[in-house]
Design a binder for this molecule. Structure first.
Ligand code: PLP
Length: 385
């Protein structure tokens, strides 16, 4: 049972689709399937109808790299919001593509302040921010950051790896120019694809480059050649496309708002179950908490590595902290198919046994039921704008 902050359990529809007989990457059925993927990605990212969407054959990091490779030229000023390890990865990549990097930071466990971004925008060509910082469980205020960036004319690149497909994401309404995720996160598809969305403004910036993109593989013109004009660029992993298409369809069938509500309800029920044992939220301000990665500070004296190893002996994977938070927190994955009561009942039941503590599952059930009833009574929905 995979309850880590990615990868996530694969959606059954995706598993079935993956096993379809192979087709060629230039087959008309594959082009038709790709077109549906592109349309569904526009819905998932909330882009303008004409925005370019595609799958890159690689993981989320390739999506990150493609943004800098295509949209940054040597000497460009790039402001990177770095309040965790993935923000720092963005800064490193931007620098490798020749950017002069300015950092806006926040203490670990806290969100980036849009006011800090506004104060450092002078002369900046691109701002890059991680929406959900997986390493600490922080949700950065992308909508507010986008508002200040838009006024400056800079491009905005957003890492939507732990958010797109589960959390509200409105690229056009907010003003996001380039967004990417990884197939194995909120969509519960196999790893190996990076879905990207590129605004017209970003495409125009790419087309006006003084020098070619140094990365041939991620070049937007080459990708457009295949995805729009149906010419050969590289051999796309067709069976991963099948699986991704099915997983994304399943997500849209469930509805993006319903998914966002599900993850919040799961987070509340798990917290209600564990808080009496001394677990507490690592991220102090409720509005800064990333719903898809529940970061919990451990109770005093809990044997982090020992308990996680005993869970693994019982085929349950959860994740601890990273770097400075190692031994201090657990990060429970609530992306895609991980955010379901069934696997968490098993995790919590096993914790009852390992921690010799009764009532954990009972508290989860009670809180989960209350969440469901509240939803039915109030016709609860999420406001996404
Ligand atoms: N960005 C964020 C926020 C992530 O959580 C991850 C992976 O966990 C990545 C980027 C990199 O994705 P991948 O490991 O698929 O290359």
């Amino acid at each position: 049972m995979l309850l880590t902050p990615g990868p996530t359990p694969i959606h059954p529809d995706a598993t079935r689709a993956f096993l379809r007989p192979m087709l060629g990457h230039m087959d008309r059925e594959v082009f038709a399937l790709n077109r549906e993927i592109q349309t569904d990605l526009r819905t998932m990212y909330g882009t303008a109808p004409e925005a370019f969407t595609a799958l890159l054959a690689g993981t989320g990091s390739l999506g990150m790299e493609a943004g800098f490779a295509n949209l940054v030229e040597s000497g460009d000023e790039v402001l990177v919001c770095a309040n965790g390890s993935f923000g720092r990865r963005m800064a490193e990549m931007a620098a490798r593509y020749g950017a002069k990097v300015r950092l806006v930071t926040a203490p670990l466990g806290e969100a980036i302040d849009p006011g800090d971004v506004a104060a450092h925008l002078d002369g900046v060509q691109m701002v890059a921010v991680v929406h959900g910082e997986t390493s600490t469980g922080v949700l950065n205020p992308v909508r507010e950051i986008a508002e200040v960036v838009r006024r400056s004319g800079a491009l905005l690149t957003v890492d939507a790896v732990t958010t797109a497909g589960m959390e509200p994401f409105l690229a056009e309404a907010w003003g996001v120019d380039y967004a990417y995720t990884g197939a194995q996160k909120c969509l519960s598809a196999p790893p190996g694809l990076a879905p990207v969305a590129v605004s017209e403004r970003a495409f125009a910036r790419f087309s006006a480059r003084r020098t070619p993109n140094p990365s041939w593989y991620t070049d937007l013109a080459g990708l457009r050649d295949y995805w729009t004009d149906h010419n050969y660029h590289h051999t796309v992993p067709v069976n991963l496309h099948f699986a991704f298409h099915a997983a994304l369809r399943a997500a849209l069938r469930e509805g993006l708002e319903a998914r966002a509500l599900r993850v919040r309800q799961m987070g509340k029920a798990i917290y209600a179950a564990l808080a009496p044992l001394g677990f507490s939220h690592y991220v102090k301000r409720p509005q800064d908490r990333l719903p898809t990665v529940l970061a919990l500070r451990l109770p005093e004296g809990l044997d982090d590595a020992g308990i996680r190893s005993q869970l693994r002996d019982r085929n349950i994977s959860i994740t601890g902290g990273l770097g400075p938070t190692a031994g201090l927190i657990w990060r429970l994955g609530l992306m895609g198919e991980a955010a379901r009561p069934e696997p968490y009942r098993i995790l919590l039941g096993t914790l009852e046994e390992l921690l010799d503590a009764r009532g954990i599952v009972g508290r989860f059930e009670e809180a989960w039921q209350a969440e469901q009833q509240g939803q039915t009574q109030q016709g609860q929905t999420l406001t996404t704008v």
